[in-house]
Design a protein around this ligand. Structure first.
Ligand SMILES: [Zn+2]
Length: 328
């Protein structure tokens, strides 16, 4: 629900696009269309200057479970390769422009494998490749560290429930799932650090509806209301006047996840602490600024359930009820 940016890792991923993804896609297309060389290795070494040739030769011959990129090149469907290249360009450009309302289109099986298995799984953690491209190492762990630092976040930007700080959690999530949008597996605007839950079966679904809100363009939490049902010990989430936000809540299954008893207990406890703080400030004569002081404090602390707290604080009536309750 937190708005995020990803400027720190963007240069790495853009270099990867320029030095690996695009030259390789174009080479595969040329090689299978014109068949100038019998062998893809030969094509690479004849086409590129020495430095790039070394990088691409390494890339196409690196084994993954006994399988190399040169093995899949021959199986790419040559009659659809031109369309596939324009699909790659179209989707990449859309996401460059932070347009996440991308419709799913069919991607060649081998090209999908190229992006998901080789680019994302294998090469993201390959020291040789990053040293060649950027003169320094980069990995999924580095992505995670840089992302957390840039956003000063310890809380999951998707759900605002769990943390992303433990060493064991280096989950990088694809907002547009790589199973459906393999061409966007390495796109800087599609990668995001999140908690284990959001990445697991109770978190983000793979099917979703567009238009959809996303954390790169919007602080989604500010457009959600959290209604507290004290009788049934439940929290009810609602999108504030927007189909994009509602589709986001649905994608992340947040209505169900916030509906759990434990979440109610936490929100109830946290709100009691805040209202106490509020009363103390009012008793010190901060009447007018109290609300903004509390909000500022919540924004600054960036603790879990911040948006639930902010939403509750907007409801002055709840606070007045709380005061009444405490007097009784
Ligand atoms: Zn999460």
């Amino acid at each position: 629900m937190w708005k995020v940016t990803n400027e720190n890792t963007r240069p790495y991923l853009i270099e990867f696009r320029n030095y690996v993804i695009e030259p390789l896609l174009l080479s595969i297309s040329n090689h299978i269309t014109y068949k100038t060389f019998s062998d893809f290795n030969e094509y690479i070494s004849e086409t590129f200057p020495k430095n790039q040739n070394e990088l691409l030769s390494y890339v196409v011959n690196k084994k993954h479970q006994g399988f190399k990129i040169i093995d899949l090149v021959a199986d790419v469907n040559h009659s659809t390769i031109a369309n596939q290249l324009s699909l790659y360009s179209k989707q990449t450009k859309q996401l460059d422009n932070l347009d996440f309302n991308i419709t799913e289109e069919s991607v060649d099986v081998e090209l999908s494998k190229l992006f998901r298995v080789f680019f994302y799984e294998l090469f993201f953690n390959d020291e040789f490749i990053w040293k060649k491209i950027k003169d320094e190492n980069f990995s999924r762990k580095d992505f995670h560290e840089k992302f957390k630092k840039e956003n000063s976040l310890s809380i999951c930007p998707y759900c605002d429930i769990d943390t992303i700080i433990s060493d064991g959690n280096i989950v990088i999530e694809h907002f547009l799932p790589k199973s459906k949008f393999p061409f966007l597996s390495m796109h800087p605007n599609n990668l995001i650090s999140c908690c284990q839950s959001c990445n697991g079966p109770y978190g983000k679904k793979t099917d979703y509806s567009i238009p959809i809100a996303n954390p790169y363009t919007q602080q989604i939490g500010d457009f959600v209301s959290f209604d507290i049902d004290k009788y049934n010990h439940k929290v009810k989430l609602n999108a504030i006047a927007s189909i994009e936000i509602d589709n986001y809540l649905d994608l992340m299954q947040l209505k169900q996840r916030y509906g759990k008893d434990e979440i109610f207990e936490q929100i109830d406890l946290k709100s009691k602490v805040i209202f106490k703080q509020w009363r103390r400030l009012e008793s010190l004569g901060f009447n007018i600024e109290t609300h903004s002081l509390i909000m500022e404090d919540l924004n600054f602390r960036k603790e879990s359930l911040t948006f639930a707290m902010k939403s509750i604080c907007k409801e002055k009536v709840l606070y007045d009820n709380y005061k009444k309750m405490n007097k009784e």
